[in-house]
Design a protein around this ligand. Structure first.
Ligand code: AMP
Ligand code: MG
Length: 496
């Protein structure tokens, strides 16, 4: 069904909205209209996602869509709402949070299944606390580009359909301008939604929420298989497994989330809430990408344990439904088994190893140590190694290491693998697992600076590159190169 529509007049493009989240009832949300933004304009649209959703490409780009996705009109049938959640921020219980600047527009039937659309930056809600309900152009561009980049890398994530901007001033460290990102996901439910009802002792709502999530998103947990019929323990295990696979992908690709609070953890195991994230330039396990994170709680290497900590909080929230704490612990244990297995699988693929073998972990561990000691650029290393395996010329990789002897020793053990373990190195597998293009901070920054001057061409160029990150894209060599010196001084905080 293509929602063909020429009726810029009525402007709804025949979208048929449903809002099953709203069927949970008023304890879960507040109905809220978006606050209009003056003189909205398009910053970027995501035609590839529009096609996946079977949305009309001409409509996405029309005046009607511009106003709808800026929050100036409400599409017929959509009943926007802000959901309530709580959460732990930086390890401390923060109490009630909620959609302080986001609104769920509703749900569309798409070829990808039911998908929710959400505006981020659409104005005040009852959960805005001290905030202004807005998002700035800078952070909206980062979220838009990164969520699509992650998707193209095969990493589960919320998606982004478009960004609209407005001259409306927004005060952050300086005065910036407002923007709205339209996000798309099967659900925006977070760990914090469960913590909210558990903390308040609202056990009926807690159960209702858990049943809703199981029925819609984890039907395999309905019978509580593996847990004597305890569906809530099965849910906790399934979420732990998806989350383990997610964080393994982050670690393998060199992605730092930056704010892994429990309210930024998707119950579907998606990457959500792109704030001060960063793809590593030089490999540094201790790297902290969030300048507001003074203790390094969310440093790169802390992500797996901190994500487990978050799962533990989810386990505590589900405890009243699960019953026996020992059962919840069993469900959580799956993270500890699955994370290393998933991480090793990803790293093996990056090394071109098609099968597992004893000693792979030592090989990978020693490589990562060597890369950290030599501050080797992470994406460039992997891409050069890929070409080296294909060509047999390892000199360009060697050039990345100050400690040549250390590299030579590692390379010797790597080259011995095929003979020792009977595994050929698969350069094609490496090409599909070592992206040439990632959204490094400085690339985002260049696109933002131009956009703040009214030039969106760099946003669009990055969109195209990051949609196909494993391709060569001749003419864009600089986008695959080393970061400039000034990149080290980019400061990304929670301010967005
Ligand atoms: P974050 O750190 O972006 O995950 O946000 C944490 C909480 O603060 C969430 O409840 C957000 O909705 C809320 N929040 C963040 N920025 C704003 C803002 N500018 N206005 C209102 N609420 C906000
Ligand atoms: Mg958040």
């Amino acid at each position: 069904m293509n929602l063909s529509c020429n009726d810029g007049e009525s402007g709804d493009c025949g979208l048929r909205w449903n809002n099953r989240f709203a069927s949970l009832g008023p304890a879960f949300f507040t109905r809220q209209l978006p606050q209009p933004l003056p003189a909205p304009y398009w910053v970027a649209t995501n035609q590839a996602l529009a096609r996946e959703l079977d949305l009309n490409a001409d409509w996405l780009g029309s005046e009607a869509a511009l106003h709808a996705f800026s929050g100036n009109t409400v599409l017929p049938g959509s009943e926007p709402l802000a959901s309530v959640y709580s959460g732990h921020q930086f390890g401390v219980w923060a109490g009630q949070l909620g959609d302080g600047r986001a609104l769920l527009l509703g749900e569309l039937q798409t070829p990808q299944g039911p998908m929710e659309l959400q505006l981020k930056g659409s104005g005040l809600t009852p959960y805005s606390r001290m905030g202004d309900g807005r998002a700035v152009l800078r952070s909206s561009i980062r979220e838009f580009l990164c969520s699509e980049a992650m998707h193209a890398l095969g990493i589960p994530t919320t998606r982004a359909l478009c960004i609209t901007g407005s001259p409306e001033p927004v005060r952050r460290e300086s005065i910036e301008t407002a923007a709205v990102v339209t996000r798309v996901a099967p659900s925006f439910i977070r760990f914090g939604h469960f913590e909210h009802f558990a903390a308040r002792g609202q056990l009926d709502e807690l159960r209702q929420l858990a049943d809703y999530v199981i029925e819609r998103h984890y039907p395999e947990c309905l019978e509580g298989a593996g847990f004597d019929g305890n569906r809530y323990a099965a849910l906790l295990q399934a979420v732990s497994e998806r989350t383990a696979a997610l964080v393994a992908q982050w670690q393998a690709v060199g992605f730092c989330h930056g704010v892994l609070n429990t309210d930024n953890m998707s119950i579907l195991g998606l990457t959500i809430d792109y704030g001060p994230f960063q793809f590593l330039d030089a490999f540094d396990p201790d790297h902290i990408c969030n300048h507001s994170d003074h203790q390094g709680r969310y440093a790169f290497k802390q992500q797996p344990p901190v994500v487990y900590w978050n799962l533990y909080r989810l386990g505590q929230a589900l405890q009243p439904l699960i019953g026996d704490p020992a059962i919840a612990m069993v469900a959580l244990e799956s993270f500890k088994a699955l994370f290393p297995a998933e991480f090793m699988a990803r790293m093996r693929a990056k090394l071109g190893l098609t099968t597992a073998h004893d000693g792979d972990d030592t090989l990978i561990d020693s490589l990562l140590h060597l890369m950290a000691d030599n501050a080797v650029d992470y994406p460039i290393f992997w891409r050069r190694l890929t070409h080296a395996v294909a060509s047999g010329d390892f000199e360009p990789v060697r050039d990345l290491f100050a400690d040549r002897a250390g590299w030579d020793r590692w390379l010797l053990s790597f080259k011995e693998l095929p003979a020792l373990t009977g595994r050929a190195l698969d350069a094609n597998l490496m090409l599909k697992n070592n992206p040439r293009y990632v959204l490094r901070n400085h690339l985002g920054e260049q696109a933002i600076r131009a956009a703040q001057e009214g030039n969106y061409s760099e946003v669009h160029a990055l969109q195209l590159l990051l949609e196909r990150p494993f391709d060569e894209h001749p003419g864009f060599e600089a986008h695959a190169g080393f970061p400039p010196d000034w990149a080290r001084h980019i400061s990304i905080s929670c301010s967005s």
